[in-house]
Design a protein around this ligand. Sequence first.
Ligand code: APR
Length: 249
Amino acid sequence: MRNTLLDAARFVVNARFLGAMTGAGISVESGIPPFRGENGLWSKYDPGLFDISYFKSSPVESWRLLKKLFYETFQSAKPNEAHYVLARLEEEGLLKSLITQNIDSLHHIAGSRNVVEYHGNTRELICTTCKKRTEATPQKIEELPPLCECGGVLKPNIVFFGEEISLSALLKVQKAANFTDVLLVVGTTGEVFPASFIPFEVKKRDARIIEINVKPSRYTEEITDIFLQGKASEVLYELEKEVDTLLKL
Ligand code: APR
């Protein structure tokens, strides 16, 4: 693996515009289950329960599930080394853009600033009637369902199945994709459109794809240039060490 790590580190150091895209796999070591695979949420819960139509028809039941699966789980979750490495690479001016499919805010908590939360986040609530945003304080989410001062039902500011990606996220990603010449793809199966398309878009512009995952994904055989198999925290930690060594040379 050393050679591939070194090759990957060379790509990172020589990148004009290094980007990263992360999925649920980066937060697994923080105690947050992934969506797919053996211990994935979708092996226990019907994804239809996370469709906007179910939220609108059954806001109380939907909120009970959202609190159990997301809010309670995220409450005790802390960033792991993988989140911190990406925050440090940003701080050192190497990482220019970070796109995450995760709604857990762990990149923010780790100190990343330039984060596109492609599927939103649970920190904010948005009114389904007046679209006003409020903070998801513990008191507010005690209500079932939480209500806006206008009387409308509040939903987490996440993208439910059946909902569109926000225009601001789409535009930010398009802008980053235009410049990205090296992309780190960390802990995603690449199965959910339109997020899954981002590495292909970047690859179309001859970017290098460095993939980090415990097992191959849909990208590995198709577009990945360097596949670093392993846990995100361990592999990113090793990659950062190689990068630091090269920068000192
Ligand atoms: N380190 C690196 N990768 C890991 C680790 C780890 N410790 N643990 C698991 N993985 C990998 C798995 O091998 C898998 O490829 O993380 C990936 C998790 O895949 P999914 O659960 O499908 O998560 P993701 O790709 O982010 O899902 C995309 O689907 O359900 C929707 O909106 C939800 O944002 C989510 C989207």
